[in-house]
Design a protein around this ligand. Structure first.
Ligand code: AMP
Length: 193
């Protein structure tokens, strides 16, 4: 299985769809947000640093994230492909990922872009706050995360376009189910070896 980069704004469903994709294709899953939340829970130095950024809706520095990503990637079973969920979020991170994979003779694979209207995202995240109690799912931090996404992450879509990797899936609120969205994604991933 090739690598997959799942890309989209906070609340676009990256984590949810990643889990389904992992179940279907048996690949590895790297969620940088989950890696950081585990460090916070374990009370490590990295966790303390991460918490300051996460609670403010800001991105951690690229150099730190790139090291974390490489270590996590190298700890995954080889040859099964990995879904990258929440990485890359900036152009330097994307360049670093490209270089890291090239060094290991691994393919970048495809990028799956989830496009969801911001009003829908806000409602979903406020709902997730009630269900999962994530500290960064409050309205103030959510708005900061949207701004960070628009300014630092969204421009990456063009970068993937130039790499010939971009595949866009648009959520049509009220017209689609989660299964419809997944089936569209599977139609792409089923064509990959
Ligand atoms: P997520 O669970 O993917 O929404 O990530 C939660 C938070 O973790 C983000 O708002 C950032 O503060 C931090 N984070 C996760 N991934 C990255 C990344 N690739 N680069 C910088 N910060 C990240």
């Amino acid at each position: 299985m090739k690598n997959v980069i799942i890309f989209g704004a906070p609340g676009s469903g990256k984590g949810t769809y990643s889990e389904e994709i992992v179940n279907r294709y048996g690949m590895g899953h790297i969620s940088t947000g989950d890696v950081l939340r585990a460090q916070i829970k374990a009370g490590t130095e990295l966790g303390k640093t991460a918490k300051n950024y996460i609670d403010n809706g800001q991105l951690l520095p690229d150099s730190l994230m790139i090291d974390i990503l490489a270590d996590t990637y190298d700890s995954m079973p080889a040859g099964k492909g990995v879904i990258f969920d929440g990485f890359p979020r900036t152009i330097p991170q994307a360049e670093a990922l490209k270089e890291m994979l090239a060094k290991r003779n691994h393919d970048m694979g495809v990028m799956v872009e989830l496009v969801v209207d911001e009003k829908v995202l806000l409602a979903r995240l406020l709902n997730r706050a009630i269900e999962q109690g994530r500290a960064d799912d409050n309205e103030e931090t959510i708005k900061k995360r949207f701004a960070v996404y628009r300014e630092q992450t969204a421009p990456l879509a063009e970068w993937f376009e130039k790499e010939g990797m971009r595949h866009t899936f648009v959520w049509k609120e009220g017209e689609m189910t989660k299964e419809d969205m997944l089936n569209n994604i599977y139609a792409l991933l089923d064509t990959l070896k």
